[in-house]
Design a protein around this ligand. Sequence first.
Ligand SMILES: [Zn+2]
Length: 310
Amino acid sequence: MMKTLLRTASAVALLALSTTTVRAWWDMGHMAVAAVAYERLTPAARARAAALLRLNPNFDKWVRGVPAAEQDRAAFVHAATWADDIKRSNNYQRGSIAQDGADATANAGYSDHLVHDYWHYVDLPFSSDGTPGESPRAPNALTQIEAFRRALASNSASDDVKSYDLVWLLHLVGDVHQPLHATSRFSRGMPKGDQGGNKETVCLAFTCGAKLHAYWDGLLGDRGGPSDAEALAATLPSPDATAAAVEDPATWVKESEQLAEQAVYIGPIGDGAGPFALTDAYQADAKRIAQQQVALAGARLARLIDAALR
Ligand SMILES: [Zn+2]
């Protein structure tokens, strides 16, 4: 009974969220990536990251009520959601790449009040029926991870810009490990692509209508704060050491796209828009892959930050 109730509740939550803003991995997944990374950082990188995060306009909010000794960790974990949080702020403005023009690639620090939705993904095309795909537009998650990493490691960028870049990296490294933030499926029925699973819907337990993309985003849960994310991170499997040592973001994105082919767009997900009723086996595999990807993203993020803040 309890299990049924819980499944119903999460299905209803998914349905409710399916029509709202897309938020990769949702907050818990993003914070768990940062929690994994924090555990692996060198003390020097932790201290430098802590100093930079104090420059974020939300820093006071992140550490409110947190004991002094825990503030650096809490801020680091919470900072991973900032790139999503600004989507709901009246101080930030949405726009497309074309609307934002030269500002779409500006790395101006916290004076930049654009939301930059298009920085959150890089959709590599694939097709199983021979429909030609379209290459992802720039700027995208890959161009921005590379730009922010360079600036974070540079001697020329200001601390304001480095803080902004660090906060974005905490988020984007998580995003590109979500297979549907790295993929668009092109088919005869969807010749313009499915926008990373945003055009298909799925059925769970007793409800239909959640987007496939949102289902994958929500696999690690949504509710909870940084301490919940730290507890979750502690339960994740240790990533493979060889995989964790891969430093090239283009390889991370390619892996995610391949994961989408192997584990997302498989039965019961068929051609077209659905709705597709997800089996228990599909859901169990999806959850296991999400946990692996979040742990791997955290390990890679730690290496990236260590190298940049050395
Ligand atoms: Zn995102």
